[in-house]
Structure formats: structure tokens, C-alpha cells
Design a protein. Structure first.
Length: 461
């Protein structure tokens, strides 16, 4: 499957024209980045206040001309609920309405339209609602260009585009959401190399079918959901997937350490991970030095905070982040709450880019299981016994009143009793005195219909 149209090709050309400026940004000094953040923040606030009824009231006492980044903590936090309840008043393009956006999403899902663009120059995407609240977000023409450039600039620097096809065949397999109501297939089918062919494979396809299609296609590059890439590496180690990719990038889901291990074992390459969301684009991008994810500090302000939204000094105390887009003019996002537990690094990357690093994304704070008596169990207590088992291809943990039910997809014999015992020991160490664990072997774990993502941890409620 391909995403192609005259308008799409025009958009891709605009991305290619803009990309050199973003490559130049990777050589900026810390002072240059700070100056750009200050300029863009004031412009963002001024535009939002002047063009969004919701922000006009919210920012009534703010003077964008004198506002500094240090003043951000004086602004209220924005949530997904805020966005959905005030959608029409938040967007700055008066043509846009939530009713119209939802109608466009429904038309795409029903196959009534194959136009990726809404009103000719915007793209409408829906989040999966895994956090409990469905979200609808807009990328304008220029917003998509910025997001695409941020996504691709490190790869373009580290793996420069070939001057012509004589340097060898390149095929990018985009293994993402099965519907264009999710941003992943639209964004990740952009490549910095104009000579790279691109094919889109829905991540929710049955694994046997996906393996067969990839064996036919023989991609040289892969960009996919983290859980899908992990499963494919397992298929390669089992001898069923017979491809030799040169570059593998993951996104949209927490990347498990075992996925890195499997990809290294299968193809002797390191994963380039990405951290972002449809609301603001990519917050962090991993370069070929593989020392962490570079924060997109020139385009997104990221605040690392605790449960009560207070800035943290100790990285281990981070429970969520607040993000401010410095380029979104159609749907301004200012101090937006993400429950991702991102752990900043203390040292810069050896690649030379001065953008700060995030060393780890531990998933979402709302993935934690909370039991009676105030006991909170971190997903890591499940990930270690499940993720380190070489025979487990995928798993999903559903919280119960006194423990959890675990669905497991295996590629060989699994000692269910041992896994259960290991999980019980881990949960007891975490404070749950008498955990009851059920292990269920399944052939397949269902993914979200629209996004194709795998939700690994399902809390009660």
C-alpha cells in the first residue's frame, strides 16, 4: 500500500526543501537554541491569544512580548480533556470544527473518502484513547513539514541521501497503523532519501501474513511500532522472517530492552528509537550514537515534573512531562500534560549535537497498577520476567482485583509455572502480599483497530 497523490507529492517536496535548514540546526550552539526557543515561544503565545477564543481568555493577563521561558510555570496545564471539551475554540482556523473533523475521520474509516487532507491543507488524526480519553488533533500544512523534518533530520545527517540509485536499492517498510486516521503511516512514510521506495504494511496484520509480505518485499529499512519490531526480530531468529535490514527505527510505544536485544541478535544493528505523540510530534529522536534520545529543544519545550506538576531535580522522580509546541499555529499546544515517564540524561551525546538527551522512556505513569491499601505496582515488575524470556513474542497484562491476568504469545515451549512464580515473587517484593496471577497462552493479541498499537498494560477501571 502507498500514500500518494499530487497534493501529497507537493507536501513531500516542501519537506525536502525545508530539511537542509533543520540539518543546520543540528550544528547550533546551546545559545542559538535558547534564542530560538524564546523567539518561538513569544510568537506562539501571541498567535494563540490573538486567534483562539479559548486562549484569548486563558492568556488574558499574559504579555507575549515580555514573556520568558521561566514564566511558563505561571500558566495553567492543558489536558486532553481540555482539548476535546473546547476544541472549536482552541483551533485558530475558523474553518475547523470538531464535528467536521469527526465526520472526516468517519468517512476515512468507512472508505467513503481516500483523501488524506481535510479542507485541502490540514490533516486530522485521532488518538486511540488508551489513556481513557479519545483525542482529535490537527496538523496544518506547515506543522506537518516541521514534524517530518524533526523526525528525519538525524537519519539524514547520519545516513546521507544517496545521489542516485546507483548506490544500491533502498526500500522502507512502514509497519504502522492500518488507517490514515492515525498519524504514523502518513508521517513515517516520509524518507530523507528521495531514491528510497516506500511501502506501508498495517501493523495489525496477522504475523504470518506480515512475515510473508516482508519476505517478498525484502526491505532495507524498517520503521514500525516497537512491539511489532520486537515480534519481527523474534520471527527472524526463528528462521521464518528472512530479511536483512540496514536500519530499524521504532516509535509510538515504549521500547522494551528485550526488543533492542532481539534486533541486535537478529540483524546485528541497533534500533533508532523515537519518542513523541500526535499532539506535538517527536519530542525525542535517537541518533546513530545510540546514547539516548535527543530532545527537540528548538521546536518543543519539555518540562519534567512529578505527580503534582512540580519540576524535579532528581531524574528518577519524573512522573510525567509537560510539552509546549513552538510551531503549531493551527491547534496551539501549550503546557500539555503527557503521562510518559521520561528520564533525562546527565551527559550530552558524543555525536556533537548539543540537544539534551533522554536516556529512557519507561512508559506511562497511568500504566501503573494500583491496588487496595495504596499499593502501586510499576509495569517494570512484569516486564522483567516476561520480557527476558526468549520464547515470549508478545504479552499483555490485565490487572485484576488481587493480581493480574497475562496473555502470552509464544514462539516455543514456555514454562508457565516458572513465569507465574517469577511474577509473584516480583509483586510481593513490590508490596502486594498475596498476588494471584493467571497466565493464558494465546495465538494473537488484538491491537487497536485505528492505531494498530499494542496496549501492554491494562489497569482496572
Amino acid at each position: 500500500m502507498r500514500i500518494d497523490s499530487p497534493r501529497r507529492r507537493e507536501h513531500l517536496k516542501a519537506v525536502a526543501d525545508r530539511l537542509p535548514a533543520h540539518l543546520e540546526r543540528l550544528t547550533w550552539t546551546a545559545d542559538q537554541i535558547a534564542q530560538e526557543r524564546q523567539r518561538a515561544l513569544r510568537e506562539t503565545l501571541a498567535h494563540a491569544k490573538a486567534n483562539s477564543p479559548w486562549y484569548c481568555e486563558r492568556l488574558a493577563r499574559v504579555d507575549p512580548d515580555t514573556f520568558t521561558e521561566a514564566d511558563l510555570t505561571s500558566l495553567p496545564i492543558m489536558t486532553k480533556t481540555d482539548v476535546m471539551e473546547n476544541w472549536d475554540d482552541i483551533v485558530t482556523d475558523r474553518r475547523l470544527t470538531l464535528a467536521g473533523a469527526n465526520a472526516h475521520i468517519t468517512a476515512k474509516l468507512r472508505g467513503e473518502t481516500h483523501d488524506y487532507y481535510y479542507l485541502d491543507d490540514t490533516e486530522i488524526f485521532a488518538t486511540g484513547g488508551s489513556s481513557g480519553t479519545r483525542g482529535v488533533f490537527v496538523w496544518g500544512w506547515n506543522e506537518f513539514i516541521e514534524i517530518a523534518c524533526i523526525t528525519n533530520r538525524y537519519q539524514s545527517r547520519d545516513e546521507p541521501p544517496s545521489p542516485g540509485k546507483e548506490t544500491g536499492r533502498r526500500l522502507l517498510a512502514v509497519i504502522e497503523a492500518g488507517e490514515t486516521v492515525h498519524g504514523s503511516p502518513f508521517l513515517f512514510s516520509v524518507t530523507p532519501d528521495p531514491h528510497t521506495d516506500v511501502r506501508w504494511f498495517p501493523a495489525a496484520s496477522p504475523m504470518a501474513d506480515l512475515v510473508a509480505e516482508l519476505n517478498k518485499a525484502q526491505p532495507t529499512h524498517i520503521n514500525g511500532f516497537a512491539s511489532t519490531v520486537q515480534a519481527l526480530a523474534g520471527e527472524a531468529l526463528a528462521g521464518r522472517l528472512k530479511i536483512r535490514p540496514k536500519h530499524v527505527a521504532t516509535n509510538s510505544e515504549p521500547l522494551m530492552p528485550e526488543a533492542r536485544t532481539l534486533v541486535k541478535q537478529a540483524w546485528n544493528i541497533d534500533i533508532n528509537n523515537m519518542w513523541g505523540c500526535v499532539e506535538v510530534g517527536h519530542i525525542g529522536i535517537e541518533c546513530d550514537a545510540h546514547e539516548g534520545l535527543h530532545l527537540s529543544d528548538d521546536a518543543i519545550i519539555t518540562e519534567f515534573v512529578d505527580h503534582d506538576d512540580r519540576p524535579v531535580a532528581n531524574p528518577e522522580d519524573v512522573e510525567k512531562v509537560l510539552v509546549t509546541s513552538l510551531f503549531n499555529r493551527v491547534q496551539p499546544i501549550i503546557r500539555y500534560e503527557l503521562t510518559d515517564m521520561a528520564i533525562p540524561a546527565a551527559t550530552p551525546c558524543s555525536c556533537g549535537a548539543v540537544y539534551p538527551l533522554v536516556r529512557e522512556i519507561r512508559g506511562r505513569a497511568d500504566d501503573a497498577f494500583r491496588y487496595a491499601g495504596g499499593i502501586a505496582i510499576h509495569p517494570l515488575l512484569f516486564r522483567t520476567p516476561l520480557g527476558q524470556n526468549p520464547m515470549i513474542e508478545e504479552y499483555q497484562v490485565r490487572q485484576t482485583e488481587d493480581g493480574a491476568s497475562v496473555a502470552v504469545v509464544a514462539r516455543g515451549d514456555v514454562d508457565i509455572g516458572q513465569i507465574k512464580s517469577d511474577i509473584v515473587v516480583a509483586l510481593k517484593a513490590g508490596g502486594l502480599t498475596d498476588p494471584h496471577i493467571e497466565i493464558v497462552m494465546v495465538d494473537r493479541i488484538a491491537r487497536h483497530r485505528e492505531t494498530g498499537k499494542l496496549k501492554r498494560f491494562l489497569p482496572l477501571g
